[in-house]
Every structure is written in structure tokens, then in C-alpha cells.
Design a protein around this ligand. Sequence first.
Ligand code: GLV
Ligand code: MG
Length: 339
Amino acid sequence: MTMRKTPKDFFKPLAIGAPVPYREIPVALERMIHFFPPQMEKMRAKIPDMIGKVDVLLGNLEDAIPADAKEEARAGFITVAEQNEFGATGLWTRVNCLNSPWFLDDVTEIVSKVGNKVDVIMLPKVEGPWDIHYLDQLLAQLEARHQICKPIMIHAILETAQGVNNVEEIAAASPRMHGMSLGPADLAASRGMKTTRVGGGHPSYGVLADDQAEGERRNFYQQDLWHFTVAKMVDACMSYGLKAFYGPFGDFADDAACEAQFRNAFLMGCMGAWSLHPKQIDIAKKVFSPAVDEVLFARKILEAMPDGTGAVMIDGKMQDDATWKQAKVIVDLAKIVAS
Ligand code: GLV
Ligand code: MG
């Protein structure tokens, strides 16, 4: 049994003039989840300056943190949480995976020492709802013992073939579920994909156009390796009122490709992406905030159909109840960005 709202709850027929509960609107803006390595003093020193400038700060304890620095990273994260007030910036941590030697201490130490400061725990390599149930119960016990005032949410990384198979059950696993991120690097390994890239396209993945005129080179069209999984993840998340995120983009030298990958995710329904390098903060901010011309056009649609029903033409384009809902998604997001 799930305690989350389903789309059926969101799409009740509306009384004219009633507020529109067509979908729960995310309150917090989470366009970028900015990763920092908490074991590094130099990185910890930058945190006060980033508060208010990034939507989410995440202390990473998992992959990319060397095995012999795991305890230091955990302690560094606790120090960062203790020494700062975060305001509207979310504070998250990515703990080590469930079958690692560090997971239990990561969760118990962090919740017992700074549980009131942490908004979300990101759980890597989630394979099925059982992983979420375990963390859910553990958090409930620790929250009770340490008198944590608000529930700590869970964010799953979708990065194993089994996890992708079970994505819907993972989304439905607990009312603590905040959302999910695609983990393209681990997922590629788990699926046996033949790429060493962290997200993004691959020059050999695409289709060749039909024969051109004699002697002409046939065009090759690169395709998005992650389209299917992002679509599957977005559907699972939206069905249970969660947020979907694109994960990391590892080629820091290719900002244009990063922007293109983030934009595909945005257009398909994602709320944000990870930033692993400071320059990806601005890319995510730009991509995951709706463009001004889109917002203006969406507002025209809402204004033309005040009760959200009927059909009108705007600039030669047909609008109806469905496009009214599409427009509302964009205008609602713009309002959160502006607030
Ligand atoms: C992220 O954790 C990934 O594996 O891509
Ligand atoms: Mg990973």
C-alpha cells in the first residue's frame, strides 16, 4: 500500500474558480545538486560562500572519496553541517551503499549528530524497494532516538539494471521518497554498456541516414543513450509525486554537451541535475529555469482560458485543457524561480 498521492488524486474534476490541485508543486527549487568532497579542508572553507547561491549542497561520502578518506569525509560533512546555517539551500549527503562497510556508520553518525540539519540522504545503487524500506526503518528509529524534528527524506540513485527494472516499486516504497537521479556511470557498467563516459552521448551510438545521392557521404545522427531510462524514471517519479533528476556529466571540458544533456532532461520532466564542477552550477541554473519567451507564451495560454477549459487559438496554435496544464507547469516553475 502506498501513502503517496497518485495521479488520480491530482486530476480530480475541478469546480470553476477552485484552486488547481492538478499536481503537487515542488516548493524547494532544486535545479542543481552541487557535490563537494567534505574531507578536503579547502572545499569545506568554500561552503559559506556557496550558501544561497546553489539550490542544494551535497556532501559526498561515496564514489570518488578514497577508501582511506571515508571517515574523514563523514567527519568533514558533520563539521560543515554544524558550522553553517543553510537558509533556503538544501543540505544533502550521499552515503555509501548498503553493502559497503561504511553505510551504517554514515547514517547513524550523521543523524545522531546533525540529523536536524540534513534534508535528504541520497542512497546509491538502489536495486529494489527493500533497500528503501531498510533505510526508512533505520531513519525512523534514529529520528525517534535523537529527537529529529522533521523527517529526513530519501533520494535514490537509479544506477543498476535491477534498479531500473524495479523503478516503479522504488518510487512507491516509502512516503519518505524525495526523488531519483539517473546514475549513468554505474548504470553503464551494470548494463554492460561499452562506454567509459559519465553521461552524455557517444560518437558511435546513432543511426545512419538512408542512401544519399551517389558518391555523397551518408549522414550519421548521434542519439541520446539515456532517453529510455530518463523517460522511465520520470514516469515512475511523477506517478508517485516524486522529483526526477539527471545525474552527473563528467566531461568538464565540454560545457555545450553538458548543457544539451541537461536540457533533454529538463524538457522530459526532470527538476535538476548534479553539478560536479562549479561551472556546471550556472549551466544547471540556466537550463532548469524556464526560458522567458516560454513563460510569456504559457502565461498567455493561462490568461486566455481562466477556468482551464475550452479551446482557443493563440498565434495560430490550438490551445485546450491539456495545453493549459502544460502552461501551468511552466508558469508554476517560473514563480518558484522568481520567489
Ligand atoms: C553516479 O553515481 C553514476 O554512477 O553515474
Ligand atoms: Mg554511481
